[in-house]
Ligand binder design. Structure first.
Ligand code: PLP
Length: 450
């Protein structure tokens, strides 16, 4: 146990929201009626733990929502935010500026994949994705190729909830309620081929050829109409799909051959999740644009950032006069978020957090791949991430995994359910003992859920 975990439960307020005050909050991506009838509430957090209002300690196996990479309430980040709030709470970044935003952007380029040297700040992953898509359109237009308006996403991809992100996303359940998505979007097939890849540790050997589907889409639509391809280098929200060996390299080659921009959505994989600062570095493939959020501030203040290559940035900025890109958010480069981001980068350096997932990867994989108990049909892993896929109950997709998630919470570990997959993505500050506890509890629950 680290000092950060030593929260005295006696100091907890122990006030749960009473049943008659649970209606107003329309909860995101939540079964509202089900939740409000039996809420799961979190009250405090420190290090790798949450505490419930009744003082129960819960091991965080999901880094909150893939974002608290350095552990909860890290004093360095808490202090940076508190200090900044008393110095400069807000400053506009439209035609004005403040030092922290320049400092953070500069510091981010120092850890970025080679060539990604310009940073556009947003407030979330969804905003980063829509920003990157708009930058891609503006780039082609600035170069006299305004007919390049199509985007290519991928089946099972998740790119947030903006209209752009929903359109290029490929999770069917996230699209079907919203008929009017962007026109001119097509999708690559998912990289997931369980018959060839099940129980792969790290990158599956099979599937590089699935990137060749992009050639088919180029032939169908003509390259002159395609602006960009967007993929998660490792798909997270759909249930952890690790890219096949050689797949991303081929995607990069095909994009280059046809003048198509390649966007990596690193909202989950950024900031150390797969053993390097970014998945682009882990897999050795550099995109033209990279979307990030979550871990950039350790989840403590909402922030996102789009990393752009010099070529993309310069094409737009050099071609423009006056305001070169008519895009931005009131809170782009918010001072509190910048303070948190700078503190996060400093502690990642001091604590070696970007290397941590790679150091633990062997132990992690041994632990999670031993979860092949009855009912488990696939286990996927890389860095400090794992997806454990369960056989669905007949006619009730997701029901078994949902029960595993709720039972785990009752027994003191937080895991994430997505469809029939249990996703694990703990803080990078996890120790081997934490891995043993998380996997041990999950195993017991998996064995008890029919
Ligand atoms: N892109 C990816 C790959 C994500 O995983 C997510 C969220 O999980 C998003 C975009 C959206 O981020 P946000 O919820 O911050 O808008």
């Amino acid at each position: 146990m680290t000092a950060l975990d030593e929260l005295d439960p006696a100091t907890l307020p122990r006030v749960a929201v009473p049943a008659d005050r649970r209606s107003a909050f329309w909860m995101p991506f939540t079964a509202n009626r089900q939740f409000k009838a039996a809420p799961r509430l979190l009250d405090r957090a420190a290090g790798v733990h949450f505490w419930t209002p009744d003082g129960r300690r819960v091991l965080d196996g999901t880094a909150g929502l893939w974002c608290v990479n350095a552990g909860h309430c890290h004093p360095k980040i808490t202090e940076a935010i508190a200090t900044q709030a008393g110095v400069l709470d807000f400053a506009p970044t439209f035609q004005m500026g403040h030092s922290l935003a320049f400092e953070l952007a500069d510091a981010l380029t120092a850890i970025a994949p080679r060539g990604l040297e310009r940073i556009f700040f947003t407030n979330s992953g969804s905003e980063s994705v829509d920003t990157a898509l708009k930058i891609a359109l503006a780039y082609h237009r600035a170069r006299g190729e305004g007919a390049r308006t199509r985007f290519i996403g991928r089946e099972r991809g998740y790119h947030g909830v903006g209209f752009g992100g929903t359109s290029v996303g490929g999770i069917v359940g996230n699209r079907r309620q919203f008929a009017a998505l962007l026109p001119g979007v097509d999708h690559l097939p998912s990289t997931h081929v369980p018959s060839e890849q099940a129980f792969s540790r790290g990158q599956p050997a099979y599937g590089a050829h699935l990137s060749d589907e992009l050639e088919r889409l180029v032939a169908l639509h003509d390259a002159s109409t395609i602006a960009a391809v967007i993929v998660e280098p490792m798909a997270g929200s759909t249930g952890v799909l690790v890219p096949p060996v050689g797949y991303l390299e081929r995607l990069r080659k095909i994009c280059d051959a046809h003048g198509i921009l390649l966007i990596f959505d690193e909202v989950i994989t950024g900031f150390g999740r797969v053993g390097k600062a970014f998945a682009a570095q882990r897999f050795g493939v550099c995109p033209d644009l990279m979307t990030t959020a979550k871990g950039i501030t350790n989840g403590a203040v909402p922030m996102g950032a789009v990393f752009a290559s010099r070529a993309v940035h310069d094409a737009i900025v050099d071609a423009g006069s006056g305001i070169e890109l008519a895009h931005g958010y009131t809170y782009s480069g918010h001072p509190l978020a910048c303070a948190a981001g700078l503190a996060m980068l400093e502690l990642c350096r001091e604590e070696g957090l970007f290397e941590r997932a790679l150091e633990l990867e062997g132990y992690w994989q041994d632990a999670v791949h031993a979860l092949d108990v009855q009912g488990v049909i696939d286990i996927r892993s890389i860095g400090l991430v794992a997806g454990i896929e369960l056989a669905p109950r007949p006619g009730k997709p997701g029901a078994r995994a949902y029960e595993v998630f709720t039972r785990c919470f009752e027994s003191g570990v937080l895991v994430r359910q997505t469809g029939d997959t249990i996703a694990l993505s703990p803080p990078l500050t996890f120790t081997k003992a934490h891995i043993d506890e998380l996997v041990g509890e999950l195993r017991a629950v998996l064995q008890s859920v029919a």
